[in-house]
Ligand binder design. Sequence first.
Ligand code: CA
Length: 434
Amino acid sequence: MPKLTNHPNRTSWIGYSQDSHFPIQNIPFGVFLTRENVITIGTRIGDHAIDLGALQELGYFDNVPLTDDMFMQDTLNDFISDGKKTWRLVRNRIGEIFNKENAELRDHKEHRNRIIFHIDDVEMQLPVQIGDYTDFYSSKEHATNVGTMFRDPENALLPNWLHMPVAYHGRSSSIVPSGIPIHRPQGQQLPKDSDTPVFGPSNSLDFELEMAFITTDANNLGQPIPVEKAEDFIFGMVLFNDWSARDIQKWEYAPLGPFLGKNFASSMSPWIVTMDALEPFRCAGPEPEQPVMDYLKQNGKKSFDIHLEVDITPENGKPTTVSKSNFKHLYWSMSQQLAHHTINGCRVISGDMMGSGTISGPTADSYGSMLELSWGGEKPVKLNDGSERKFINDQDTVTMRGYCHNGPIRIGFGEVKNKILPVYQSKSKPKTIK
Ligand code: CA
């Protein structure tokens, strides 16, 4: 089926600037709350949110086979579950409705008023009910930097790293959308040169620049997904900040891996950009440095050229861009991650989310975490206001942006932006049991 919406000459009767992340070629999917407190599935063109529930109710999807309430829901899970054929039919139909030449909605003021909102007038929600969240560790540069700092520069990569996309299971209950403030976590830490742990607020709260993909129902229990088919089960991608407390992480991680240093919060951008929208930006990832097992062997271009940036903004201050990286640096592709995840028969369903792992590039200004940018606190990062950061302070806001760029067309993810608040203080007394 042709992907009509991607054509670079297509324009919309909804105006937007050339550097918008959301031209008519994007058509991402999200969930938003209107000022009337109506929650709906939607898409976005330029600075306008489009209510797909209202579009369906008014008959604009009558020629697309959909269940009646497909878009009048508060998550995208059922839509994602319907599979790639439906995603394409809907995306193509939206492209058609908002195409510059198409008068059916353009010239129908009453319908337009019910369907289109300015982006500032809606509140973005989590777009999916996330079933399970898995976080990979697929940037060789990141794994090498962390291994160099914490273990041994000569053997920075652990022996398994070049043989498999290493991962751990995270916690979906702590995933929040852009805009939700996050409290600094507290917990056990082992001070330097001490053998007795202490308790307190994390002193090394960090971001991790990641992207994540969201899956559809992919397999039955026991059934591996072949690497060459894996992309068929990926609905789309988001920006992902996998917040990390390095001091808590360092003390707790042996022998079972990350736990409370990771599961207090992760944040995601609210618009899911489909793999079809990203197709023109496909590129090759790094060449494998060692042969991989057959189930991980892939052909063709399996990565995507997605520019990534991170800003830190102090309270009442101006943003400083502290990192510029790219998704294409990742050593293991999403296809390899999904093939590896299911090779043992693990089930993957609609709404599952897989984080890429911190996306660090080869240069010191392309590292995807403060741990690496400040090299474990040895080289503090200077902000525009003259202040320095080893890690993230209370009241700092961390913003991640991502976009693909090719000639006149920019396909973007918007941003994921969250402020750090001090450790949570209970306002009410703990409940006493009578
Ligand atoms: Ca991570």
